[in-house]
Write a protein that binds this ligand. Structure first.
Ligand SMILES: Nc1ncnc2c1ncn2[C@@H]1O[C@H](COP(=O)(O)OP(=O)(O)OP(=O)(O)O)[C@@H](O)[C@H]1O
Ligand SMILES: [Mg+2]
Length: 257
């Protein structure tokens, strides 16, 4: 449903005396996220994972290649088609929690996506907020609290709720649990799993913990310095990695499952 084809992205850093260095953040990457599936993107720091996520969200443009959503090249759409895409493909970042406005109550924060959508009558907003808080296993009573009164895990759930209120088809999850205590990570991952099952969502999941990727993802893309090293279903990749780099990566990272 979301297809990235031959995506290349180069960042040019200009030096003080002209010239400068270039970083090939992504080099002809081709992957697809199937309906209701989770594509995991793994690789060391600087391998291009977040750049790929930002391109999939159309936050930045690739230098070449196409991103197709529902068969349409979203690097070229505008107007209604672009608004539609922005609603259906939602980000959840590592710092989604930190990005919540500290002066707003949870209810106010969760009203924003409903306001943006414009197709939910105001009279329904309160019920929608109660329903979504219930869906993410938080008490509706938290609606009157401020972000600082919530735990890290609760705040990240609010970030997820805010994305879900847009009724997306795909969530782009860039290290969604990396900032959380290990004890809380499993809770949030299980919640994401349940939400995926109940709502038929597709995920692009970026993480650096391989045991989490193995547990959580259907397909895996391995990136190394912007180069696509492996793209396979998770079971095959973890059982029988084809690429030398993937083998090294798997061997270097402890997995406790
Ligand atoms: N806006 C930018 N300007 C210049 N270089 C950038 C920019 N964004 C990313 N890069 C470079 O592109 C490469 C890929 O960065 P990216 O953030 O995608 O990596 P990552 O895999 O997400 O790393 P991490 O695991 O640390 O989050 C890095 O070399 C980075 O320095
Ligand atoms: Mg990153």
């Amino acid at each position: 449903m979301l297809e990235l084809d031959a995506i290349t992205k180069v960042f040019r850093k200009r030096g003080p005396f002209g010239g400068g260095r270039s970083t090939v953040a992504l080099d002809r990457i081709s992957v697809r996220i199937g309906d209701g599936r989770t594509l995991g993107v793994i690789g060391e720091s600087g391998s291009g994972k977040s750049t790929l996520a930002r391109i999939a969200l159309r936050m930045i443009a690739p230098d070449s290649g196409t991103v197709r959503f529902g068969g349409r090249d979203i690097t070229r759409v505008s107007g209604k088609a672009l608004r539609d895409f922005r609603r259906k493909v939602q980000p959840v970042f590592q710092d989604s929690a930190g990005a919540l406005d500290p002066r707003m109550t949870i209810a106010r924060i969760l009203r924003e996506p409903l306001m943006l959508r414009g197709d939910v009558p105001r009279a329904e907003w309160s019920k929608r907020i109660t329903d979504i808080l219930t869906a993410i296993d938080l008490s509706p009573a938290l609606r009157d609290r401020y972000p600082r009164q919530l735990s890290g895990g609760q705040r990240q759930r609010i970030g997820i709720a805010r994305a879900l209120l847009m009724e997306p088809e795909i969530l782009i999850l860039d290290e969604p649990v990396s900032a959380l205590d290990v004890s809380v990570q499993a809770n949030v991952l299980n919640l994401l799993r349940d939400l995926q099952r109940d709502r038929g969502l597709s995920y692009l999941f970026i993480g650096h913990d391989l045991s989490i990727a193995e547990y959580f993802c259907d397909d895996i893309l391995v990136l190394h310095n912007g180069v696509q090293k492996d793209f396979a279903d998770a079971e095959t990749l973890f059982r029988d990695p084809k690429d030398d780099y993937t083998r090294t990566l798997l061997a270097a990272m402890p997995r406790q499952l």
